[in-house]
Design a protein around this ligand. Structure first.
Ligand SMILES: [Zn+2]
Ligand SMILES: [Zn+2]
Length: 328
């Protein structure tokens, strides 16, 4: 465990100057938070809605963690295209950007962590690293050259390229999910003999809890990985930025809180470097491997070095044999 370095103070990236509000992100974030507040009113509570929210936090949260982060950004395992597109479709229902933009932003974070070019370093301020960075236009994130530099492989997929060509579509995916969230409980209510107003209230409750409150909670869980784990926690590795291992974020973000471990070896599928640093996402990927869906899981760096050494020695052996074989 390494000592905490004293973090330098940063100013926000120069690419966000001149200051221009990014209303495309600011307005939906305000609106979704405002609708989610309705969950505090007892008339909008239902156990079905609460269960939809809890299940959704994990299901949609994993679309971000497993899908956008470990699969698309770091390519730390492989899945068939139908499964990858399913994860991305669920991730679009989180209103957390298109796949190419998410990937480009996160790769930029890894390359420039806690430096001026880092899009969301909390060393500027906690609030900036948590969510403030989303609401100012950052020329580095909107310029096409960033996509070709940081997300070229992502844009080779026709679905993700189509999403970039039609920037309204992530919002349409998000809005579209409200229909089944309302219609299914409404239909079940009608079939079970409820009045139209009771069934409509159940559908409204499930939509508020299952879509809007869940979206807000998944947002803040994801944003906590950007903010809290670059400020609070311990370090196993003396990496060049201020990343930390934070047990609270690891608990709520299915392992993502072991962020210092992740920065030390970003392409590795697991962030579990000690036995008690439990990485739920990794074990779920292993479960997918057991089901025959996931493959080519990237092991830790030391295992990769051993594998490479074994391959090199196996390549060398036949050539030795060949050179010592008698000439016929
Ligand atoms: Zn980081
Ligand atoms: Zn990462």
């Amino acid at each position: 465990m390494t000592l905490n370095p004293s973090p330098a103070v940063l100013t926000r990236p120069s690419s966000t100057i001149p200051t221009v509000l990014f209303l495309r992100y600011l307005l939906p974030v305000i609106l979704v938070h405002a609708i989610a507040v309705l969950a505090c009113f007892p008339e909008f509570f239902s156990w079905t809605g609460a269960i939809a929210c809890v299940v959704g936090i994990h299901l949609f949260g994993q679309a971000i963690t497993m899908g956008y982060h470990r699969l698309l950004t770091h390519r730390s395992f492989r899945v068939p295209r139908w499964f990858e597109w399913t994860l991305v479709t669920l991730a679009l229902c989180c209103l957390q950007d298109s796949p190419a933009r998410w990937v480009a932003t996160h790769r930029m974070h890894h390359v420039h962590s806690d430096e001026d070019e880092d899009p969301h370093s909390p060393l500027v301020t906690f609030l900036w690293g948590h969510m403030g960075w989303l609401f100012l236009r950052n020329h580095d994130l909107t310029h096409m050259s960033s996509y070709s530099k940081y997300a070229r492989d992502t844009l080779q997929d026709p679905f993700y390229f189509w999403l970039e060509r039609h920037p309204i579509t992530p919002l349409l995916f998000y809005v579209a999910q409200c229909f089944p969230y309302f219609a299914i409980p409404f239909g079940i209510g009608m079939i079970s003999g409820s009045s139209i107003s009771e069934a409509a209230m159940l559908g409204t409750s499930v939509t508020i809890w299952g879509v809007f409150l869940r979206t807000v909670l998944v947002w803040h869980i994801t944003w906590s990985v950007n903010s809290l784990t670059h400020m609070f926690g311990y370090r196993n590795h003396d990496t060049e930025e201020n990343s930390r291992n934070n047990w609270l974020v690891a608990l709520i973000a299915a392992g993502e809180g072991w962020h210092n471990n992740h920065h030390q070896d970003p392409s590795c599928c697991t962030v579990q470097h000690r036995w008690w640093e439990f990485d739920l996402t990794y074990w779920e990927v292993r479960g997918l491997q057991w089901l025959g869906i996931a493959s080519d899981i990237t092991p830790r760096r030391d295992a990769r070095v051993r594998q490479a050494a074994n391959i090199a020695s196996n390549v060398a052996k036949p050539s030795k044999l060949a050179s010592s074989a008698p000439i016929r």
